[in-house]
Design a protein around this ligand. Structure first.
Ligand code: PEP
Ligand code: MG
Length: 487
């Protein structure tokens, strides 16, 4: 009945219909762009890959695909005109390659590589042992999740909690309708129970940017990422915000729950949100419904103003979550979902590194725990850089946790700190990338080749890949990255 209702509402409201089942097996979705809520609603058993002309590494569709373990390639400009439904294609998410109508030789070598990869895949640890550096410093590794079902993968990868639950998909799955307090409570409580004794950080609704305006009813068309989104929208729609807050507070009865406020740019926003939280807490307490353990409140630090005004903000909250995806976007004025500027999206830009260093220093000064929640920390090179700056809590897509745990065990905090201090002296992202590739590569034994491309991409000054040679040689296939070709 609910599915029928969703469908009717979606059709009446003009939302694209969602196909939940009956899909062909071994399906590779090829599209110009693809809404994450549609991906989340599909029969994921059938979806084997995703190739988009739009998007970007940190777009929510890419983040969701990564979390679900669906190979995906983004920014494949212009390939759609070359392909028809039913054509065989070869998609390599690790290398960012898409080959249309591959030859049988290429398919054979891909099959061999796939077998090798599955043989090499390390079984995730059964229990969550805190990762420790060579010099004994504990580093907490948590999972970012978007769908409730991802909690299983988080546990399998030995996440020590959910560092960021993006609650948007709960709302986006039924366009035009908001989930009730009871249905939200069910999800949040399940997460808290499943992750017990570790905490679950539920981020309040962060719609806007690359999500549609059917749900919020707000048109942010002119400039979506700077529009009425995140906490701004919640403070305008305080009725809906209050419903979400009530569900989060009540979920505290099922385990350790934290509440994270997105897109914070000022102390006023935090105070206003805290007033709503206090009002709901008092009402629950008066009714005898407030769980004993208080829910800690955190702020996403992802807007440049929050970095500059961090002293005041840190005093208002219990902990800080650094959203490196949005911080890079806003600091560099580069839309994270726009392929025409994706070459300018550089987490290694000196402004970004200085901001991160400032956040680590202010958090330490104020005695507030700080966690990195953006995609950046899932790459071992960046993880070392962040560790060296003093970030000892990293939250990432679950599947990256075993790799990051491995590199942390291989490196000492002292050497990571040395690398970070030197990295901060460079004037360009390219110099920092070259330095990171050679220094981190020198210190560890693990194979870092699969992560080089992202580091190089985080520094490229134009669309051409810069000639940064890693200190090892990696076999390269002849077909080009990003662009699709017939072979
Ligand atoms: C971020 O901005 O880095 C973040 C963690 O949140 P999101 O990717 O959902 O914007
Ligand atoms: Mg963000």
């Amino acid at each position: 009945m609910e599915a029928v209702l969703d469908r009717v509402i979606a059709n009446l409201s003009g939302a694209s219909p969602v196909q939940r089942g009956g899909l062909p097996r071994n399906l590779i979705i090829m599209s110009h762009d693809f809404n994450p809520s549609v991906l989340a609603s599909m029969d994921l058993e059938s979806v084997k890959g995703l190739a988009l002309e739009a998007g970007g590494r940190t777009s929510h569709t890419a983040i969701l695909a990564r979390s679900l373990g669906i190979p995906a390639v983004m920014e494949m400009t212009g390939f759609l005109a070359e392909v028809a439904t039913g054509d065989p294609v070869l998609l390599d998410g690790d290398r960012g390659q898409l080959v249309l109508n591959p030859t049988s030789e290429r398919l054979d070598s891909a099959r061999i590589r796939l077998e090798e990869c599955s043989l090499m895949a390390e079984p995730p640890a059964a229990t969550a042992v805190p990762a420790r550096t060579r010099d004994g410093v504990a580093v907490t590794l948590k999972a970012n999740t978007e769908l409730p079902m991802e909690v299983r993968m988080a546990r399998r990868c030995a996440a020590e909690g959910i560092g960021l639950f993006r609650s948007e998909l709960l709302f986006l799955r039924c366009p035009g309708r908001f989930p009730t307090m009871a249905s939200q409570l069910e999800t949040y409580s399940m997460l808290a129970r499943e992750m017990h004794p570790y905490p679950v950080a539920i981020r309040t609704l962060d719609l806007g940017g690359d999500s549609n305006d059917l749900t919020t009813g707000v048109s942010n068309r002119q400039n979506p990422v700077m529009g009425l989104r995140g906490i701004r929208w919640s403070l305008v729609r305080q009725d809906l915000f209050a419903t979400q807050i009530e569900a989060i507070l009540r979920a505290g009865a099922s385990g350790k729950v934290e509440l994270v406020l997105p897109m914070i740019a000022s102390v006023e926003e935090v105070r206003e949100a805290k007033a709503v939280i206090a009002r709901i807490s008092e009402a629950l307490a008066a009714a005898g419904d407030l769980p004993g353990i208080p829910v800690a409140i955190g702020a996403m630090i992802e807007v440049p103003a929050a970095v500059l005004a961090l002293d005041g903000l840190a005093r208002e909250v219990d902990f800080l979550c650094v959203g490196t995806n949005d911080l890079t976007q806003y600091l560099l004025a580069v839309d994270r979902g726009n392929p025409s500027v994706s070459h300018l999206f550089k987490p290694l830009h000196p402004a970004m590194l200085q901001s991160l260093q400032r956040i680590a220093a202010v958090a330490k000064e104020c005695g507030k725990p700080v966690r990195i929640c953006g995609e950046m920390c899932a790459n071992p090179f960046f993880a070392v850089l962040l560790l060296g700056m003093g970030f000892t809590e990293l939250s990432m897509n679950s599947t990256s946790i075993p790799t990051v745990r491995k590199i942390i065990k291989e490196i000492s905090l002292a050497s990571a700190a040395d690398i970070s201090a030197q990295a901060l002296r460079f004037q360009t992202a390219g110099e920092t990338a070259g330095f990171l590739l050679s220094e981190v590569g020198r210190l560890v034994t693990m194979d870092l080749a699969p992560y080089v491309r992202e580091v190089v991409g985080a520094a490229a000054s134009d669309r051409a890949t810069p000639a940064l040679e890693p200190p090892w040689t990696a076999a390269q296939e002849s077909c080009s990255h990003r662009s699709a070709r017939r072979s």
